[in-house]
Design a protein around this ligand. Structure first.
Ligand code: ATP
Ligand code: MG
Length: 411
């Protein structure tokens, strides 16, 4: 779990603002849910035989009522729970997004943390391929606006429940034939969740898994048409994609479209965004059946992809730093600062006293454009000394209005 120091926090905030801006342009509204949910919510939705539920959840018992609670490992379940709980799904489809920390007890490594952050997006109540494509196009726009390079789209379809059942049978039979190649994880999943074996990262199993029966070859007519519809719309939008028949999601609730945005620039942790359709989830959580589609992006991985000195920039220095000496000057400094802040300027008033020279060092270190200097003479004249810190220039005495005009020229 990471501390975000000021410069990193500023980048994080700007990234979220940028994502929020794009989401707003597609009509998505923000939803904020608690970081804790009943454990059962995740077990029911994510699925028992998944990495997350088997070994990654931070789960504890609430001492007060004995309830089992879990720090959220992802956002979709809570988003759907909240939408049902607040009757948001009657008659109106919803486009929702969320942002915040997620928690998974994984082995930490670059791009993989125990507290990480996601922005997620859920469109609930939409059945057609247009919404799957819209979400993917939205992502492509975001990568473009963030200046991300070397990001590509992989896509697959998991079909409907009957197709998955038929595929599952063929898959289990195939894996049985190659039992000697299966590792411990795969053997455990063989009957509980064979689809997940396709997702294995074990190099010794790659060849065998690559030749396994492919779900996308067995799609029912409707799912095939849906999948074609998504790909046609992506082509219309000029978004290139690669069919990856082995792409399955880590969570159980997906059907039909699944997609991942991947990069080769982050080593093993190359997936920056993943999602797909989950038509059965709302009903499974007790709501009136509603088809849905969503995705989540990992903000740490996206930040890692954005080079330093980029559009997100670093810390924003103040416009001015006020140094002052003596009690009347300290009070006049605050008055001037408040006036400038009324106009939207960032102004730091020196705190903690000290000699002028030491205060000027702080002013310089703050990155401010100007030091504003207030001593006895300035208080008497109701003016401040203004000294440019980033360019050569003489100190001059100016009234607060003139200082405001000067700072505006720098905005
Ligand atoms: P992986 O295969 O890398 O474990 P996942 O399938 O578990 O990923 P999702 O549940 O789909 O991941 O989460 C969506 C996105 O959130 C991922 O694509 C990734 O960018 C990010 N993410 C997931 N787990 C972590 C983590 N532990 N640390 C940082 N980012 C993460
Ligand atoms: Mg994972």
């Amino acid at each position: 779990m990471n501390d975000l120091l000021p410069a990193q926090a500023a980048r994080y905030r700007r990234l979220v603002e940028c994502v929020a801006g794009v989401l707003a342009r597609y009509g998505y509204s923000e939803l904020r849910t608690p970081v804790l949910e009943r454990t059962e919510l995740f077990v029911r939705t994510i699925g028992e035989v998944t990495d997350i539920v088997e070994k990654e959840m931070y789960t504890f018992r609430d001492e007060l009522n004995g309830e089992s609670l879990t720090l959220r490992p992802e956002g979709t379940a809570a988003c759907v729970r909240a939408a049902i709980e607040h009757n948001m799904l009657y008659g109106t489809p919803q486009r929702l997004w969320y942002e915040g920390p997620m928690f998974r007890h994984e082995r930490p490594q670059k791009g993989r943390y125990r507290q990480f952050h996601q922005v997620g997006c859920e469109a609930i109540g939409f059945a057609g391929p247009d919404i799957d494509a819209e979400q993917i196009v939205l992502c492509a726009r975001l990568w473009r606006e963030l200046g991300l390079q070397d990001v590509s789209l992989e896509i697959n379809s998991l079909g409907d429940a009957a197709t998955r059942a038929a595929h599952r049978e063929r898959l289990v039979a195939y894996f049985e034939q190659h039992r000697e190649l299966l590792d411990e994880d795969a053997l455990r999943r063989l009957h509980a969740n064979p689809l997940r074996i396709l997702d294995t990262k074990n190099p010794a199993m790659q060849q065998m898994v690559a030749e396994a029966p492919k779900l996308v070859d067995m799609l029912d007519a409707e799912s095939a048409a849906h999948f074609d519809g998504v790909r046609e719309r992506l082509a219309d939008a000029g978004v290139a994609c690669t069919l990856n028949p082995r792409l399955v999601r880590g969570l159980d609730y997906y059907n039909r479209t699944v997609f991942e945005w991947v990069t080769t620039r982050l080593g093993a942790q190359g997936t920056i965004c993943a999602g797909g359709r989950y038509d059965g989830l709302v009903e499974q959580l007790g709501g009136r059946a509603a088809p849905a589609c969503g995705f989540a992006m990992g903000l740490e991985r996206i930040l890692a992809l954005i080079d330093d000195g980029d559009a997100l920039g670093g810390l924003q220095p103040p416009a001015a730093y006020i140094v002052h000496q003596g009690e009347p000057a300290a009070r006049f400094a605050v008055e001037v600062a408040e006036g400038l802040r009324d106009l939207g300027h960032a102004v730091v008033v020196h705190g903690g006293g000290g000699k002028f020279a030491a205060q000027m060092k702080r002013a310089d270190a703050s990155g401010a454009q100007y030091a504003l200097i207030v001593g006895e003479a300035e208080v008497a004249a109701r003016k401040v000394g203004v000294k440019p810190l980033r360019v050569a220039g003489e100190q001059q005495m100016l009234a607060p209005d003139a200082v405001a005009a000067l700072l505006s020229g720098h905005c």
